[in-house]
Design a protein around this ligand. Structure first.
Ligand SMILES: Cc1cc2nc3c(=O)[nH]c(=O)nc-3n(C[C@H](O)[C@H](O)[C@H](O)COP(=O)(O)OP(=O)(O)OC[C@H]3O[C@@H](n4cnc5c(N)ncnc54)[C@H](O)[C@@H]3O)c2cc1C
Length: 162
């Protein structure tokens, strides 16, 4: 996507909220759990938020009760929830997106946050540690990003196999 390098990663904002101190117009790209919860967090800090989501559903993989709560908080804080929309370009002070009808729109903004998904880095630590005689395993989101249940299950499976 043109201008993607201007985006701040959602993980970086969550780790250092001072990156978004409040009073800003912020667009989050990606309306999965991470994007919606990051938007909620930044809305609580006094920012006006927009969320652009490619599919027709926000917080798709989230449990219904939690999903309803997050979406209610976002709606109450006036967040623009733009589903079935594809971000096209990130400019210095705008984001453009295409809606389901193929029309291009532009949002003026101070900041863009990217939450379009993560994947593991697959560093070679495990093999390095094993080569030094240390028993090591990769598990949780380091094997495949998922949720807490999957991460703890993968830990359980490793421990049970010892
Ligand atoms: C905003 C958000 C909301 C979420 N909501 C939910 C939810 O509602 N329900 C759900 O089930 N899941 C949710 N998830 C997913 C869930 O958090 C993860 O699937 C889960 O935390 C994975 O556990 P993990 O231990 O594999 O990794 P993590 O919890 O990410 O833990 C990895 C740890 O390793 C540390 N680390 C990284 N690099 C190094 C290094 N070089 N040396 C030492 N330590 C290092 C990190 O600081 C971190 O503490 C959410 C994720 C996010 C980002």
């Amino acid at each position: 996507m043109k201008g993607i390098e201007r985006c701040i990663d959602a993980w970086d904002v969550l780790a250092d909220p001072d990156k978004a101190p409040g009073g800003k117009e912020i667009v989050v790209l990606g309306g999965g759990t991470v994007g919606c919860e990051t938007a909620e967090f930044l809305a609580f800090r006094g920012n006006h938020m927009s969320v652009i989501e490619l599919t027709g559903e926000l917080c798709r993989d989230q449990e219904q009760e939690h999903k309803d709560h997050v979406l209610m908080e976002l709606t109450e804080r006036g967040t623009a929830l733009l589903t079935s929309c594809a971000a096209q370009e990130i400019g210095e002070d705008f984001v453009s997106y295409k809606d389901a009808a193929g029309e291009i729109h532009t949002i003026k903004c101070d900041m863009d946050v990217c939450a379009t998904g993560q994947r593991p880095l697959h560093p070679d630590w495990v093999n390095e540690l094993r080569s030094e005689g240390i028993d090591a395993y990769t598990l949780g989101d380091a094997t495949m990003t998922g949720d807490i249940r999957r991460a703890t299950r993968s830990a359980f499976d490793v421990v049970m196999a010892l």
